[in-house]
Design a protein around this ligand. Sequence first.
Ligand code: SF4
Ligand code: FES
Length: 284
Amino acid sequence: MSGPTPAPIQPAEPPPPPEVPGAAETTLSLEPPPAAEPTPEPAEPAAPTVHLRISRLRTGDRKPHFDEFECTPEPGATVLDVLIEIRRHRDPSLVIRHSCMHASCGTCGVRINGREALACDTKVAGLTAPTIDVEPLANQRPVADLATDMVDFYARLEAVGFPLVRSAEVAAGAEPPEGVKAYTRFENCIECGLCLSACPVSRTDRSYLGPAALAAAARVADEPRGQPLGPILALAAEPDSVWRCRDAMQCTAVCPSAVDPARALLGLRRRVAFGRVRSLLGRG
Ligand code: SF4
Ligand code: FES
């Protein structure tokens, strides 16, 4: 006996894929993803504003006073750049002295926050004080604002035989066979007067010959090029000369040309003392 034919077994429906949250919104695309927005360059830090106080002195003024300026110097600007900018755009009456702009001519010496320096060789960014005080060099007669009278300074250099001018193309003794190192550093003097300004003895004794002139005298003594040394050593032996120095070393500390006037002066002092001993022994 045969019964009814059983219905064929249908394969079961595959279960629906599990629901993934957010899958309904996902669309597949073969397009390349949009290029990422370029990261913006970090903005240049704004140049800081500096507060300057500049010493001013006019004809007839009994004493100097400070004029104040706010400036925003270019990165890398020197104090001299700022002073020139102020004179150009803010106060054309500002008296400053400069020439080479690269620490060679020695004309832009001033005191910056109380310290002697060449304005063209002093970066504003290197000064950490919130206010920059600019004053003329000390121990020299002020003329106007930041300019001083250098006549006396140059006269002292002349008194010790500077500048050295050769008397002939090939003068006797003009070729230093040895010991060149002993005096070449004196040749670097740019006659800026910073050492005179920083010298504490020059502050109290205006007749003191001063570090620059004594360094020049030491240079002439080391290599005189035929100049008679007697008058120069006699000048160096005066009471207001090598014996007045108190070894404060400030001249050497501020010199922008590594002349080392303090060491030169010590050498000259030794030479003067040696000459004195020789004359006491009847050999001078
Ligand atoms: S010795 Fe130095 S500080 Fe003095 S005048 Fe010469 S360069 Fe200037
Ligand atoms: S301008 Fe010449 S030394 Fe500064």
